[in-house]
Each structure stands twice: as structure tokens, then as C-alpha cells.
Write a protein that binds this ligand. Structure first.
Ligand code: PLP
Length: 410
């Protein structure tokens, strides 16, 4: 620290201010979390210096005997955590994990099916500006009248369009996903079944959300969301796909793996195998339910009616405020949130009528039911009176009273 402070004070100041922001604000972005000091330390080690193209025991560089141990630990632990037969821990990110699956199984012009971005899916599942949307013919499924995944529509469209790959998984969907049903449809139409569990991975590891591994050909994930590891990706797969996926990651898509990040993934997987991780994830789900119930009591609507996970979408229209404005004003009150389109949103994607709220980060800092209820009430207090500067200042004070009782790292 002293080194960066002395050699690069400009950068150091940004780091210090970001650290302070993370301590002082209540973090409600559903895809964020606070990695443990052990995870962060592993990423700052000399492993960052090492080239290790290839896989443990089969590298294109010398001197890999110790990074091999790190990668093998990450592989063994992640397979144990999710009950997977085979894994790859080298994807630099969730998006790259998904691209590797496409590279392994598809050719440009093939048909894929995924959940529409506008109804909760991720941009790598076929959004027109993403590689997935530019290179493939995309058929999307969405939600039914109750804002649950429309499984019948998905099944009908799969039979009509015969996709080569079907993707289940979402970035803004609060309910449990019926992976078994997807698997059956994929089998019926001869498609590869891929699950992108990025958002739910920590919950799945702890057994509080359905595990897709028994049903899917391949499962991709990030490691930094509910799983609480370093930024990065992983792929789990049936053994028959291991060769294709491994060669899609290297040499197909990436060069040298980030060995320091892989070491940090190993640390995070070990943490996730401990009994207290299960208790943590149970509280994440409990806190999400308390958050949703309290917001409903305060006159807001939760998309899909409830949450069965760590995440929810809040329809703001009853308060006459857009997602864009809510994000800015809640930020002023030191609660960090992201605007998010709701199904059939009348507003533009950069404006939206909703916000997405998640509980992994606030649960890591120790919030239980009571503090989460207080947080929900603070959100509602802001939304009830968003243009009143004195109201925002009063909420900010109460946020600070909470965050100073629950420090993250200090
Ligand atoms: N898949 C899903 C479902 C996601 O929500 C995200 C990120 O938000 C990703 C993939 C992409 O992960 P990354 O940002 O690491 O590329």
C-alpha cells in the first residue's frame, strides 16, 4: 500500500475513495459482493507473473509445477462444490465462459435460444449487439402473464426453430428456474443444454437454489457474484464435453490463464465448502424475502410477485419515478442500486421503470432481517419523497448509522 501511495498518489487516492465508498454505502447491486481478504490476497501474489498456457501437467511453458497445484486445487474444489464431473477454471469472465461454449458447439448462422434481455436474460444470450446476437440466429423466450418463465412458449419455440443450443439462466429473474424441464425440451429437439448460473451460483453451492449440474450438458458461471470469489468465470460440464470446451478456452479463445485469479478462485471455492457459507446463503435468501415484503408494504410492486433467490426487480411506476432517477437519487442517499427494465417497460433501456435489488453484498457485511427491513424502509423513504434534499440527507445519515455498525473490511 505504502508503495502505491508513494509512487502513484493519483491512483492511490482513487483506490482509497473507492474503498471508503464500499464501506459507507449500502451495496444493493445484485451482481456484486465483497470478496474475502484471503481471496483478494491470493490475487495480489506473484502468481500474476506466471505464463501457464495449457492445463495442469500439460503446459506450453516451463516452471509451472506450483501453479499446477493451484489450478488443480481450484478444479477439485469446484467439482466437489457443485457435484460436477468435469470443470474448467480458466475463463477470464462470465462472458468468455459463454463464448467458449458457443465456440465449442456452434458455427456462425446456427440457431440458439435464450431468455430475452428485456425480460431478465443476459446480453450474452443473444442480444443483437453482442457477439451471440451478431453471429447466431436467435430465438428468445420470455415471461408469461404471471411474470414467470413461459415454459410452454419456450417448448413450442424450441420445436419450431430446432435450436442447436438452449440457454437457461438470467440476470434479473427472481424465481427458481425449472432446469429439468429445459433439459427435457433440449433432449426432445436434439439441442445442447447450457445453463448460465452466474447469478445463482453461490445459492446453488449452498443448496438453497436448484442445482442445474445434473441436467445440463454445460454450466457456465461467474465467480464474483453470489459465489463471492474473484472476478472471473468457470465452466462445468459432462465428461464427454471436456475436450471440446477445454480447447475452446485454450487455444480457441484465450492465451495464458490468470493464475493469480485461479488461485483466488481456489480460495473462494474452499470458503464456499465451509458450513458457514450455507448459513450465509440462507440469510441472503431470507434478506431478499424481507426486502421484497417490506417494499410491497410500502406500495411498490415486485416483478413476478416475489423472490425465491437473492434478487428482485422493483416496478417503480406507483411512485412516479424512473429507474434512471431512482438510481441517481438512491446513490445520493448512499444506497447503490442499478436501474433495470421491467417486463414490457414503456421507458427506454437507458431510463427504465425499474431497479434491480440484490442481497448478497449487504448479507456479507452482516445485515440480518432487521437491518434489511430498515434498508428497505430507507429505500421507500427516498422514493416517497425523491426531490426533497432534506429527506435525502436524513436518509443518508441513517444509512451511515447502519454502515458504521457493520464495517466490511475494517
Ligand atoms: N451471465 C450472466 C447471467 C450475468 O449476469 C453476467 C454478468 O452480469 C455474465 C454472464 C457476464 O459476466 P462477466 O461480467 O464476468 O463477463
Amino acid at each position: 500500500n505504502i508503495l502505491v501511495e508513494q509512487t502513484d498518489p493519483e491512483l492511490w487516492s482513487a483506490i482509497v475513495r473507492e474503498n471508503q465508498r464500499q464501506e459507507d454505502h449500502i451495496e444493493l447491486i445484485a451482481s456484486e459482493n465483497y470478496a474475502s481478504p484471503a481471496v483478494m490476497f491470493a490475487q495480489g501474489t506473484q502468481l500474476t507473473n506466471k505464463y501457464a498456457e495449457g492445463y495442469p501437467g500439460k503446459r506450453y511453458y516451463g516452471g509451472c509445477e506450483f501453479v499446477d497445484i493451484a489450478e488443480q486445487l481450484a478444479l477439485d474444489r469446484v467439482k466437489q462444490l457443485f457435484g460436477a464431473a468435469a470443470a474448467n477454471v480458466q475463463p477470464h469472465s462470465g462472458a468468455q465462459a459463454n463464448e467458449a461454449v458457443f465456440l465449442a458447439f456452434l458455427k456462425p448462422g446456427d440457431t440458439i435460444m435464450g431468455m430475452s434481455l428485456a425480460e431478465g436474460g443476459h446480453l450474452t444470450h443473444g442480444m443483437p449487439l453482442n457477439m451471440s446476437g451478431k453471429w447466431f440466429n436467435v430465438v428468445s423466450y420470455g415471461l408469461d402473464a404471471n411474470e414467470a418463465i413461459d415454459y410452454d412458449e419456450m417448448e413450442r419455440k424450441a420445436h419450431e426453430s430446432r435450436p442447436k443450443l438452449i440457454i437457461a439462466g438470467a440476470s434479473a429473474y427472481s424465481l427458481r428456474i425449472d432446469f429439468e424441464r429445459f433439459a427435457k425440451v433440449a433432449k426432445d429437439v436434439g439441442a445442447i443444454f447450457m445453463v448460465d448460473m452466474a447469478h445463482y451460483a453461490g445459492l446453488i453451492a449452498a443448496g438453497v437454489y436448484p442445482n442445474p449440474v445434473p441436467f445440463a450438458d454445460v454450466v457456465t458461471s461467474t465467480t464474483h457474484k453470489s459465489l463471492r470469489g474473484p472476478r472471473g468465470g468457470i465452466i462445468l460440464m459432462k465428461p464427454e464435453h471436456e475436450k471440446a470446451i477445454n480447447s475452446a478456452i485454450f487455444p480457441g479463445l484465450q492465451g495464458g490463464p490468470l493464475m493469480h485469479v485461479i488461485a483466488a478462485k481456489a480460495v473462494a471455492f474452499k470458503e464456499a465448502l465451509q458450513p458457514d457459507f450455507k448459513a450465509y446463503q440462507q440469510q441472503v435468501v431470507k434478506n431478499a424475502q424481507v426486502m421484497a415484503e417490506t417494499l410491497v408494504q410500502r406500495g411498490l410492486r415486485i416483478v413476478s410477485g416475489r423472490t425465491e433467490s437473492h434478487v428482485m426487480l422493483v416496478d417503480l411506476r406507483s411512485k412516479g419515478i424512473t429507474g434512471k432517477d431512482a438510481e441517481a437519487i438512491l446513490g445520493d442517499a448512499h444506497m447503490t442500486i442499478n436501474k433495470n427494465a421491467i417486463p414490457k417497460d414503456p421507458e427506454r433501456p437507458m431510463v427504465t421503470s425499474g431497479v434491480r435489488i440484490g442481497t448478497p453484498a449487504l448479507t456479507t457485511r452482516g445485515f440480518k432481517d432487521e437491518e434489511t427491513r430498515m434498508t428497505a424502509n430507507l429505500i421507500a423513504d427516498v422514493l416517497d419523497n425523491p426531490r426533497d434534499a432534506a429527506n435525502i440527507a436524513a436518509v443518508r445519515e441513517r444509512v451511515h448509522a447502519l454502515t458504521s455498525r457493520f464495517r466490511v473490511y475494517s
